[in-house]
Write a protein that binds this ligand. Structure first.
Ligand code: CO
Length: 291
C-alpha cells in the first residue's frame, strides 16, 4: 500500500474539527466566531485549512464563508458546514448539515443516507454512474432532488477538486474507481429544482497565476497568498494586514492579470432548502474513510 500517512492525518484532523464544530453551532452564535474557531482548531491539531470553512445557510448550497466584519448569526436555519484540511497538501474534506429550524430533518436524512448507501457499494471498480444512481435513488426516495450540478471529486496534493467528477445523479458513466484514488463524495439534497447557480459577491478565492502586476498592494498580496499554495482562501484571512478597500482593489488587479479566481456563493435556483453530507476516502482493497 502506498504511503497515505499525510492523507490519514489530514482526514483525522478534519473529522476532529467537524466534531468540535458541532459544539459551536447554536442559535445566537456568530458565523464569524464559529469559522475562526474551527480554523484555529485545525491549526492547533497540526494541519492548515484546505479551504476556508464553508458555512452555508438555507438555499445557499456552498461557498459562503464569513466576511471580515460578518454580522450573521445562527438562528433557525438549515446549516451546512464544510471543512477542509491540508497536511503537506494532502486534503481532508468533510461536511454535514444541522437543521436548527426543526422542520427539515427529512432533508438532512436524505443526504446522510445517500452518503451511507454509497459507502456500502464503494470499492475498486465501482462506477461513477453507480455512485450517482445510488445518491439519486436515495434522495428521491425521500421525495427530494439531488443537486445535479454539484459533485464529488478527486483530491490531490494541494488540489481540492480534481478528476474524477463524481456525480450526484445517474449519468451512466462507466468510469471505474481505481486503486489508490483519493476522493470526496458529497451528496446534496434539495426541495427545490436540483440546480445551483452563482450568487452575490465572492468571498472565497484561489491563486491561479503569478503574472506581474503594477499595483504595489497587489504585489504584496500576491506574495502573501502564495503561502496558500493555490488552495482556496478567504478575504478575512488577509484583513489583519490590509484594509478591505485596498484588498478589493488588489483583488481586482490580480484577477485582471489572471492571478486570481473567485468562488461566489452557490444558491439553489428555486431558493430550495439544501442539505449536504461529505466524507473523504482512499480507494484501496479495503476502502478507507479518512474523515
Ligand atoms: Co468537497
Amino acid at each position: 500500500m502506498a504511503d497515505y500517512n499525510d492523507w490519514l492525518r489530514s482526514g483525522s484532523i478534519a473529522s476532529k474539527a467537524r466534531e468540535y464544530s458541532k459544539t459551536l453551532i447554536k442559535p445566537g452564535a456568530k458565523l464569524l466566531d464559529v469559522a475562526d474557531r474551527i480554523e484555529a482548531k485545525i491549526r492547533e491539531l497540526g494541519a492548515e485549512p484546505g479551504f476556508p470553512v464553508n458555512i452555508s445557510l438555507n438555499e445557499i448550497a456552498a461557498h459562503y464563508t464569513p466576511v471580515p466584519d460578518d454580522e450573521l448569526v445562527f438562528s433557525d436555519q438549515v446549516v451546512k458546514i464544510d471543512i477542509g484540511t491540508s497536511v503537506n497538501g494532502a486534503i481532508g474534506d468533510t461536511a454535514y448539515t444541522i437543521d436548527l429550524s426543526g422542520r427539515y430533518s427529512e432533508l438532512v436524512k436524505a443526504s446522510n443516507e445517500a452518503l451511507s448507501n454509497v459507502i456500502k457499494i464503494l470499492q475498486i471498480g465501482t462506477t461513477l454512474g453507480e455512485i450517482g444512481k445510488t445518491i439519486q435513488e436515495t434522495i428521491e426516495s425521500y421525495g427530494f432532488r439531488p443537486v445535479k450540478n454539484l459533485s464529488g471529486h478527486g483530491l490531490d496534493r494541494f488540489e481540492v477538486h480534481t478528476a474524477p467528477s463524481i456525480p450526484n445523479y445517474n449519468t451512466n458513466d462507466p468510469t471505474e474507481l481505481k486503486k489508490g484514488m483519493t476522493i470526496a463524495i458529497e451528496p446534496f439534497a434539495t426541495d427545490g429544482a436540483g440546480l445551483i447557480k452563482d450568487s452575490s459577491t465572492p468571498v472565497i478565492f484561489s491563486q491561479t497565476g503569478s503574472n506581474p502586476v503594477r499595483d504595489f498592494t497587489a504585489r504584496k498580496v500576491l506574495k502573501d497568498i502564495s503561502a496558500f499554495n493555490e488552495l482556496p482562501f478567504a478575504t478575512r484571512w488577509l484583513t489583519q494586514k490590509y484594509t478591505e478597500p485596498r484588498l478589493k482593489l488588489a483583488f481586482r488587479s490580480l484577477t485582471q492579470a489572471g492571478n486570481l479566481t473567485s468562488y461566489p456563493p452557490l444558491v439553489e435556483i428555486n431558493k430550495g432548502m439544501v442539505s449536504q453530507a461529505e466524507h473523504s476516502f482512499i480507494i484501496e482493497d479495503k476502502v478507507i474513510t479518512t474523515t
